[in-house]
Design a protein around this ligand. Structure first.
Ligand code: SAH
Length: 471
């Protein structure tokens, strides 16, 4: 195979990034935007020895799983990868990904997985589900401000002010900001020179409370005429009604975040309040959470509750248990479990998140949750050693970032001999690796449930129940 060669292939598989995979005389081609079942003429862009990357030139037969994306920029924007695939197929693909990882990396026999795995929990409405948006701001060729999302693997901004997966109120806020920038000659930040004021627009919406937060990330300390902007945004938010005609939105928080560093990191550390509070409130189930611009908070509230309910179900609590929630963030899972456990301990590496967790426990009147700052792999082994090996737990829940857990932590978890381990994971590959390691320590996978959190992206969340009980 050589560059620019054109061949006709059938797409047979889907890759890790959602791309289509087809073969031509034993040579593997990865084709962005192609769907399993497509027959297509593709042009080779890059040819390696045994595989290459190709571009879809002409669709000869469209896969039955192909759908027209709702968003006009879906193919260019880096946010969604799967919008052109029927939602049911997306779910099947994600469930397969989890199953394959657990079989291949986790070493669990396929037949056993067929029995252990529960059906993936999908979304009823896979659009307009995100409660948090971060729009990069730039300037187009004509010198006008643009805001939207980065194209995949680049920092080119694809203009998009009415993203189909964001809470719909965003679509009325962004045009107001754009107009304000033009009217007041407010510059957009330029990554190359490090000049210009407005870097990103961050919004958060409480799905149950309809409280809206707007935070402008700026390369400076103030935004000229900001009070006028507050008034305008406040007005459009209050008058907004979603597709079902539901209103009641309120601008509850407007703040600035200072980031003067030449960096890809979006947020700086300093928050300057402009209007209202520096947080909004939202509920997951019966638990209330206060969320600040810097807090980590799950982005799909309707599915988060399903995820946590599954974690709670797997935890099997009766009210007498001691539970550890490792990688607890702002205490979301901890407080959810605290409703049904005797005592919950949370561990999280970011001090501010632990402050939020303590505050969230307080505002919910939950006194049986205690939180510790530090890396789980430092805190847990140290506490275990201090206890002289007597520290036990009934249930340990872990929800690590993509890289999964360190072995030293898993050693301590197993040494604490919990009856149940609930593993919440955002990466099936590291989940499978850790599950295998725990298997060597006597913990068997009892149940697996993938839970959709990010429709139209290739990400999948999974909850796994492990136990040391033999049955
Ligand atoms: N359980 C929470 C957060 C999960 S995200 C929720 O559902 O909202 C993973 C969390 O792990 C993040 O808050 C991150 O800051 C934290 N984290 C990352 N590395 C860590 C480590 N080594 N030890 C403890 N926490 C860590």
């Amino acid at each position: 195979m050589v560059k620019n060669q054109t061949v006709t292939i059938t797409i047979e598989d889907i890759g890790n990034d959602g791309e289509g995979i087809g073969r031509y005389e034993g040579y593997t081609l990865f084709v962005k935007g192609a769907v399993v079942g497509d027959v297509a003429k593709v042009k080779v862009l890059k040819a390696k020895k045994t595989y290459g990357y190709a571009k879809l030139e002409e669709l000869l037969t469209a896969s039955p799983d192909r759908v027209t994306p709702r968003c006009p920029v879906a193919g260019r924007c880096g946010g969604c990868q799967l919008q052109h695939i029927a939602y049911e197929r997306q779910l099947a693909y994600k469930a397969d990904k989890v199953k394959n990882c657990l079989a291949r990396i986790g070493g669990i026999p396929m037949e056993k997985l067929e029995q252990l795995m529960e059906p993936i929990i999908g979304m009823e409405e896979p659009y307009y589900y995100r409660n948090k948006a971060q729009y990069p701001v730039g300037t187009d060729k004509e010198g006008r401000p643009v805001m939207g999302f980065y194209a995949s693997h680049s920092h080119n901004i694809i203009e998009c002010m009415d993203c189909a997966i964001q809470e719909p109120v965003n679509a009325v806020i962004l045009p107001v900001i754009k107009e304000f920038m033009q009217e007041k000659k407010i510059s957009a930040y330029e990554e190359e020179s490090g000049k210009g004021l407005l870097r990103h627009v961050l919004t958060r919406v409480g799905f149950t409370t309809k409280e809206v937060m707007l935070c402008l990330i700026i390369n400076g300390k103030k935004v000229p005429f900001v009070d006028e902007l507050v008034e305008k945004v406040s007005a459009v938010v209050e008058n907004f009604k979603d597709f079902n005609g539901t209103g009641g939105y309120l601008l509850k928080s407007f703040c600035l975040n200072v980031n003067t560093a030449k960096t890809n990191v979006i947020l700086g550390q300093e928050i300057i309040p402009v209007y209202g509070e520096t947080y909004i409130t939202d509920y997951i189930g019966d638990i209330k959470y206060q969320i600040s611009p810097l807090s980590f908070y799950q982005v799909n509230p309707k599915q988060t509750v399903k995820l946590y309910e599954k974690a709670l179900e797997y935890a099997g609590l009766s009210g007498d248990e001691t539970v550890w929630d490792l990688y607890c963030g702002i205490g979301t899972i901890s407080l959810f479990l605290a409703q049904k456990a005797k005592q919950v301990y949370g561990v999280e590496i970011i001090p501010q998140a632990i402050e939020d967790a303590k505050n969230n426990a307080r505002i919910n009147g939950l006194t049986n949750a205690e939180f510790f700052v530090g890396a789980a792999e430092d805190v847990m082994p140290a506490k275990y050693r201090e206890s002289g090996g007597t520290m036990k737990a009934d249930v340990i829940c872990v929800d690590p970032p993509r890289k999964g857990c360190e072995e030293s932590l898993l050693d301590t978890v197993a040494a604490m001999e919990p009856e149940r381990i609930v593993y919440v994971s955002c990466d099936p590959a590291t989940l499978a690796r850790d599950v295998k390691y725990l298997g060597e320590k006597g913990y068997e996978v009892k149940k697996v449930c993938p839970v959709e959190q990010f429709g139209h992206s290739f990400h999948v969340e999974t909850v796994v129940l492990l136990s040391n009980e033999r049955n």
